[in-house]
Design a protein around this ligand. Structure first.
Ligand code: ADP
Ligand code: MG
Length: 737
C-alpha cells in the first residue's frame, strides 16, 4: 500500500494572489499585479515522488481492497463489479470498515455520497465518521455497510422535472461499487467520496449516472449476442468505453471579478474584438505559457492521486484556450472521472490566481470549447470491437458493429442533437469552428469506400495505408493512417472508435453516453435478430449491411461540415437540422425515443419527460440570468461611462466654441447617438424579457434583443476613453496571464 505521507509532503504552499476588484483605473493596477506576479512555489516534485507512487494513492482501489479484505469478501466484491452480482450486507459491512480505516488513516473526517443530479453538476452531502462516545469526551469513528450502500439526501432542491411533488422529497443515493471511492483533499481536511446513483423514493432516476449503468448493462447483452454469432465461446463483459477531451479557457482572477457576466453567466456578454484575435493561428499547440504549465502540472498531480489517467495537455486554437484528455476508461468510470476533472480544473486554477472557464462560448469571435467524447465498446476477451484491423472489408465482425453505429446515429439523429442542446452550446454549434447542428457520420476514405462497396453488392478490397516518405534521409518513414481526420464532423470515426464532437465543454458526458449506448443496443438487437437462425450467416451479414447502407447511408458525410454546400446537401438528403436548443430539445420525448428507452429499461417515458422539462428549464434559467446581466451592466456600468464621456465632450465643445475655436463634433455625435440608442434598447429588452413565456421567446426574442445591446456597447467600447471603460477588455482577458 502507498504511504499517505508521500502525498502530505507534497502539500501546496502557493503564493495565492488576492483577487482585486478592478475599477476603471483599477484595471491598470490589475494588469500591473499580473505583470509583477511571482511564480508559484514549486509544488509538484515528480523527481522525489514518482508518479508511480502518486497514481491512485487517493483511491480506494481494487488493489487496496485486495490487501485489506478477507479473500472471500474480495472475490464477492469482484463478482459484483465484473458480473453485476448482488452484494450481501455482510460483505458491505466489511468493505465499509476497510474504507473507514483506510480513509481515517489518511486524515479523512467525513464521508460523502457523491451524485450527479440533472443540473449536470456534481453534488455531495458530507457526514462525519465520528459520533460522540458515552463519556462525553471522546469521538468514535464508525461506518456501517448500510450507510455505505444507501444515503438519503434531501432531494427536494434538485430538479426532477415534475417526477415528485416537493412534499414528497425522498431521494436515495445508492453506492456504485463499479466506480472507485476516493479521497478529496482540501487545504483543511479530507473527505472520503463515494460515487452513487441518485433515485427517487418511487424508483425513478434523478441523475445522469443511473442511465449510464443501465445502458451499459443492456449493451453488454446485445453485443454478446453478436459475438456469439461470430463463434466466440468465451466472452467477458462487453463495456462501453469513453475518453473525453476537455477544452477550457483560463483567465486571470483579477479580470474575472470585474466581469459580472463571467461570474454569473460563465460567458462575456459584451466585449469588442481585440486588434489581434486568433487569425495568426499561433496559439494552437504552441509552447504552453509558464504560468499555465505550472497549473497543468498540478492538475495532473491531483488527477493522478485520484487514479485519473490524465494523458494529453496542449494549447487549443483560441488565445487563452487549452485542452486536457485522459486515457479512455469504462464509460461509467470515465463519466465520473470527467466530472472530477472539471472540479479539479476549477480548484487548481483558483490556487494559481486563475479562473477556469468551462462555458462553451465564453468569448464571441474566437473558438468555443467542446468536449469530444471518444466512444467505443470492447471486452477483455475480444478487445476493441470497433478496431477494423488492416483489412476492414473482410472483418465482418467489425463491419457489423460499425454498421450498427451508422444505423443508430441516422435513426436517432434528433436525439443526439437534443443531447448536446444547451444555452451555452447553442453559441458554439455551427459557429464555423464547431460541427454544425446537422448530425452526420464521418467514416474516413478507407471505411467509406468499404461501405460504398457493400452498398454496391459486396466489399472485396480495402485501400491500404501506405507509407509517408518525408524526403530527408535522417527522418524515419512514417506509416500513413488509412483515413485523414475531419474536424468538421459532429460524429467521426477516428481509427478504432467514434468521436462525438458536438458535446459541449460544460456538459456532463453521462447523458451522451447513455443515449449512445441505448441506440447502439437497439441496432445490435435488430441485427442479431436478422442474423440468428439465418441459414447462411455470411449472406445474411451482406444483406443486413446493404440494407443499412440503403436506408441509413445518407447520414455518412466525409466532406467539409462547415460549408454552405453541406447545409444544402443535407437538406436534400432529408437530414434534420435543428439550429437551436428550442428546436432540438423536444426530441427527448419523441415517440421513437420513448419506445427504445422503455424497451431496454434505460429510462421510462416519465423519466424522459422529466429530463426534457429540466433541460428546457435550465435553458430558460440561463438566458434569464444573462438577460438580467445585460440590463444591469448596460444600465449601471456602460450607460454612465458613455453618458459621462458625452457630457465631457459637450463641455469641451462648448468651451472651445466660447473661445472662438472650431470644435470637433464627430465623436460627440456618435457617442451621444449610441448612448441614447442604448437607453432605448435597454427599455426594449426589459419589455421583451418580461413578456417571455415559452423557450422559443427566449431564443428568438430575448437573445436577439441582448445581442442588439451588445452591438451598441461594443461600438461604444471603441470610442470611450480606455481608462474610463468599466469592463476588462477581450485584449486583457485573452492575452494577459
Ligand atoms: P485527438 O487526436 O482526437 O485530439 P486525443 O489523443 O487528444 O485525440 O484523445 C483521444 C481520446 O480517445 C483519448 O481519451 C483516448 O484514450 C480515447 N480513446 C482511444 N481509444 C478509445 C476507445 N477504444 N474507446 C474510447 N476512447 C478511446
Ligand atoms: Mg479528438
Amino acid at each position: 500500500m502507498k504511504d499517505a505521507n508521500v502525498i502530505n509532503t507534497l502539500d501546496v504552499k502557493h503564493l495565492r494572489p488576492k483577487p482585486r476588484m478592478t475599477t476603471p483605473t483599477g484595471r491598470s493596477s490589475a494588469i500591473a499585479s499580473i505583470a509583477g506576479r511571482a511564480p508559484t512555489e514549486q509544488s509538484v516534485n515528480f523527481t522525489d515522488h514518482s508518479p508511480k507512487n502518486v497514481f491512485g494513492s487517493n483511491t480506494f482501489s481494487l488493489a487496496v481492497m485486495k490487501e485489506m479484505l478477507k479473500p472471500d469478501t474480495y472475490s464477492a466484491v469482484l463478482k459484483t463489479i465484473k458480473d453485476g452480482h448482488k452484494l450481501s450486507e455482510h460483505v458491505a459491512d466489511e468493505v465499509a470498515e476497510a474504507m473507514r480505516s483506510w480513509s481515517v488513516a489518511r486524515g479523512a473526517t467525513h464521508y460523502a455520497h457523491v451524485f450527479y443530479p440533472l443540473t449536470g453538476l456534481t453534488a455531495e452531502k458530507h457526514d462525519s465518521f465520528y459520533d460522540p462516545g458515552t463519556n462525553g469526551n471522546e469521538a468514535i469513528s464508525k461506518f456501517k455497510g448500510k450507510v455505505l450502500v444507501q444515503g438519503e439526501p434531501d432531494a427536494s432542491s434538485f430538479p426532477n422535472g415534475g417526477i415528485r411533488a416537493t412534499h414528497r422529497a425522498r431521494g436515495y443515493t445508492a453506492w456504485d461499487i463499479t466506480s472507485p471511492a476516493y479521497l478529496l483533499e482540501s487545504s483543511n481536511g479530507t473527505t472520503l467520496c463515494i460515487p452513487t446513483s441518485f433515485v427517487s423514493w418511487t424508483g425513478e432516476s434523478l441523475d445522469t449516472k443511473t442511465p449510464v449503468l443501465k445502458s451499459m448493462q443492456v449493451l453488454d447483452k446485445q453485443a454478446r449476442r453478436i459475438l456469439k454469432l461470430f463463434g466466440h465461446k468465451e466472452i467477458s463483459y462487453v463495456a462501453a468505453t469513453a475518453g473525453p477531451e476537455q477544452e477550457y479557457f483560463l483567465i486571470d482572477k483579477s479580470f474575472f471579478y470585474s466581469r459580472p457576466d463571467l461570474q454569473a453567466a460563465g460567458r462575456s456578454l459584451f466585449g469588442a474584438q481585440p486588434p489581434k484575435g486568433q487569425e495568426f493561428e499561433d496559439h494552437y499547440f504552441g509552447a504552453i505559457p509558464e504560468r499555465v504549465l505550472a497549473f497543468m502540472c498540478e492538475v495532473d498531480r491531483e488527477l493522478y492521486k485520484l487514479g485519473i489517467p490524465s494523458k494529453t495537455r496542449h494549447n487549443e486554437v483560441a488565445p487563452g484556450q487549452f485542452e486536457i484528455a485522459p486515457l479512455f476508461e469504462s464509460a461509467n468510470v470515465a463519466a465520473d472521472h470527467q466530472q472530477l476533472i472539471m472540479t479539479i480544473l476549477k480548484k487548481v486554477a483558483d490556487r494559481h490566481g486563475l479562473v477556469c472557464l468551462l462555458h462553451e462560448k465564453p468569448f464571441a469571435g474566437v473558438n468555443g470549447s467542446g468536449k469530444h467524447v471518444n466512444w467505443s465498446l470492447g471486452s477483455a476477451t475480444q478487445g476493441n470491437l470497433l478496431d477494423p484491423g488492416d483489412t476492414p472489408h473482410d472483418n465482418a465482425q467489425f463491419l457489423v458493429f460499425a454498421g450498427a453505429v451508422i444505423r443508430a446515429v441516422d435513426k436517432f439523429a434528433p436525439l443526439l442533437r437534443a443531447v448536446v442542446a444547451s444555452a451555452g452550446n447553442d453559441h458554439r454549434l455551427g459557429a464555423n469552428e464547431a460541427p454544425p447542428a446537422i448530425i452526420s457520420v464521418y467514416l474516413g476514405d478507407q471505411l467509406a469506400d468499404v461501405f460504398e462497396q457493400i452498398k454496391g453488392g459486396g466489399a472485396t478490397s480495402s485501400r491500404q495505408r501506405g507509407t509517408l516518405h518525408i524526403g530527408v534521409d535522417v527522418l524515419p518513414e512514417l506509416p500513413k493512417d488509412a483515413g485523414d481526420r475531419n474536424r468538421t464532423s459532429p460524429f467521426a470515426f477516428t481509427g478504432n472508435r467514434f468521436e462525438f464532437r458536438a458535446v459541449g465543454s460544460n456538459q456532463t458526458i453521462g447523458t451522451a453516453l447513455s443515449c449512445l449506448n441505448t441506440i447502439l443496443t437497439e441496432s445490435l438487437d435488430y441485427i442479431a435478430g436478422k442474423l440468428e437462425g439465418a441459414p447462411d450467416l455470411n449472406a445474411a451479414i451482406q444483406s443486413v449491411l446493404k440494407e443499412i447502407m440503403d436506408q441509413h447511408g445518407k447520414v455518412i458525410f466525409n466532406g467539409n461540415g462547415y460549408s454552405e454546400e453541406w447545409h444544402a446537401e443535407a437538406a436534400k438528403r432529408g437530414l434534420p437540422n435543428f439550429k437551436t436548443a428550442a428546436d432540438a430539445l423536444p426530441a427527448f420525448i419523441g415517440a421513437d425515443v420513448i419506445e427504445v428507452f422503455e424497451k431496454y429499461g434505460v429510462l421510462s417515458a416519465e423519466e424522459l419527460h422529466s429530463r426534457y422539462e429540466i433541460a428546457v428549464e435550465q435553458y430558460v434559467k440561463q438566458v434569464n440570468v444573462e438577460a438580467k446581466l445585460v440590463e444591469e451592466i448596460a444600465q449601471t456600468k456602460i450607460f454612465p461611462a458613455a453618458a459621462a464621456y458625452a457630457t465631457s465632450l459637450a463641455e469641451t465643445a462648448a468651451k472651445l466654441k466660447a473661445a472662438g475655436v472650431a470644435a470637433p463634433g464627430a465623436t460627440l455625435t456618435k457617442v451621444a447617438a449610441l448612448t441614447s440608442e442604448l437607453e432605448g434598447q435597454i427599455a426594449d429588452l426589459r419589455e421583451i424579457h418580461a413578456a417571455a413565456l415559452q423557450i422559443g421567446d427566449w431564443t428568438f426574442k430575448v437573445l436577439p434583443s441582448m445581442l442588439a445591446i451588445r452591438k451598441t456597447v461594443d461600438a461604444l467600447e471603441a470610442l470611450v476613453p480606455d481608462d474610463a471603460w468599466p469592463l476588462p477588455t477581450y485584449q486583457e482577458m485573452l492575452f494577459i496571464r
